[in-house]
Design a protein around this ligand. Structure first.
Ligand code: UD1
Length: 430
């Protein structure tokens, strides 16, 4: 079983290049089935979740050519089925985007129920409500979501909760419905906007993505396109916090600084210096970190996908901090692991009360999910002594070459498989 072996204590220093956004790539790849013409997509991150999506698409007959590691050409003119039973799809949340995409184009879809990180109950009622409002029948049975419609007809849909997934899914289906759809209380995340831009580049008529109200005029068909996916806001934020947590100096390149505003604001509050340029941001942590309060919120609020990373920083900051998780109810599972490294955190419901400690100490820990896994790696990088991090398959779901990028910033981190590898790592770094 692969693990990371880490020797903590090195400030991370240098430059790191951010890849394409996983959470934009997933719906964009799914939406590529909505045209019979060829689509050419650049900046696709080479991570587990996108690779599962690509192979599921290949499995239903999408012709696919990997032009290079991050560029793919796809043609879905001759797909053989709208039924997706690929077991691996259960592991990724975004498998449900295939429903909106296939329902939009073929007026039918059957897809295995989605999985993803175990961070809360993750209902899909708003997706179903949206599809039904467009005139589709939806049933959930035998572990599948099954939808079909004679015609999809535009509708006025109010989302009861702000949901990235439901906004994206309903937007895809409505793109090829007859007439106008209005989605109110829509999610405003950068990946929602990126998908709308992608669909518009294929001939869709979507306005207002990035605001609370998205207006869609259905079109009968979409055409091919060439498109580059936006940089990953969360990968960028993770490396920004890596600088803070290791008391380093990191230039994070290829970012959209506007997407990072809430993250930058918190780094400034806890005492880091942040310099922004056109498409990069430099974070320097030369002073002791200070406590603060943070609450996760839909965009443009502080992202729930950055909650574990900021908690790791706050748990080694001066004073008492409060972290409130308002999106998912089960997102503090990493706290036990962090406690084993010396953190002092008390969780009450969706609030973590953090009393800062001076330092972490190395331990054997496990990644409980994708983002928490990355955050624990950052804790281990700042800890005194050695750590191992297990279950790194979670981290590989969303971070490309995570340990290699960290190594290039001076981190002592290696992929190991056996206890012997760990001993060798210790000898090398001792
Ligand atoms: C997406 C992201 C995930 C991120 C999350 C919030 C992907 C693949 N995943 O997840 O990384 O943490 O947005 O930014 O892009 N809800 C309902 N009913 C629904 C749908 C959602 O009650 O039908 C609730 C959820 O339980 C949750 C909240 O709404 O409490 C937000 O969920 P949502 O925005 O849909 O998250 P995902 O799309 O699953």
């Amino acid at each position: 079983m692969e693990q990371y072996a880490i020797k903590g204590g090195n400030p991370l220093v240098g430059e790191v290049e951010i890849g394409g956004a996983k959470n934009a790539a997933l719906p964009i790849l799914a939406a590529s089935v909505m045209t019979d013409e060829t689509v050419y997509i650049e900046n696709v991150p080479d991570v587990r979740d996108t690779n599962v999506m690509l192979s599921a698409l290949e499995g239903i007959g999408v012709l696919m050519k990997r032009e290079d590691r991050h560029t793919v050409t796809m043609n879905a003119a001759n797909i053989s089925t709208t039924v997706l039973v690929d077991e691996r799809l259960k592991k990724i949340r975004a498998s449900y985007y295939l429903i909106g995409a296939l329902l939009g184009k073929y007026k039918q879809a059957e897809v295995v129920l989605p999985g993803g990180c175990d961070i809360g109950s993750r209902a899909i009622d708003q997706h179903i409500k949206g599809f039904r409002a467009l005139g589709a029948e939806v049933v959930v049975e035998y572990g599948m979501i099954k939808t079909k419609a004679e015609h999809l007809v535009g509708s006025h849909i109010y989302m009861d909760v702000v949901s990235v997934g439901a906004t994206i899914n309903v937007m895809m289906a409505a793109t090829m419905a007859e007439g106008k759809t209005i989605i109110e209380n829509a999610a405003k995340e950068p990946h929602v906007v990126d998908l709308a831009n992608f669909l518009n580049s294929m001939g869709a008529n979507i306005k207002g993505a990035g605001t609370d109200v998205i207006r869609i005029k259905g079109v009968p068909r979409l055409h091919g396109t060439e498109y580059a996916i936006i940089p990953d806001q969360i990968e960028a934020g993770t490396f920004m916090f890596a600088a803070a947590i290791t008391k380093g100096d990191v230039m994070v390149k290829n970012v959209i600084t506007k997407h990072l505003e809430s993250i930058t604001a918190k780094l400034l509050e806890i005492g880091c210096e942040v310099e922004e340029a056109d498409d990069c941001v430099r974070v320097v942590a030369s002073k002791p970190l200070r406590h603060t309060q943070v609450k996760t919120l839909p965009y443009p609020g502080f992202p729930t996908d950055m909650q574990p990373q900021i908690a790791v920083a706050l748990a080694m900051s001066q004073g008492t901090s409060i972290v409130t998780e308002s999106i998912f109810e089960n997102r503090f599972k990493y706290v036990d692991e962090l406690t084993r490294m010396g953190a002092n955190i008390k969780v009450e419901g969706n609030v973590a009360i953090i009393n800062g400690v001076k330092k972490y100490t190395g331990a054997s820990i496990s990644a409980p999910d994708l983002r928490a896994g990355a955050a624990l790696v950052l804790a281990a990088l700042s800890a005194e002594g050695y750590s191992t991090v297990d279950d790194i398959r979670y981290i590989e779901r969303g971070y490309e070459d995570f340990h290699l990028k960290l190594q290039s910033l001076g981190a002592q981190i290696e992929l190991i498989e056996t206890e012997r590898d760990f001993q060798k790592f210790k000898l090398k770094t001792g």
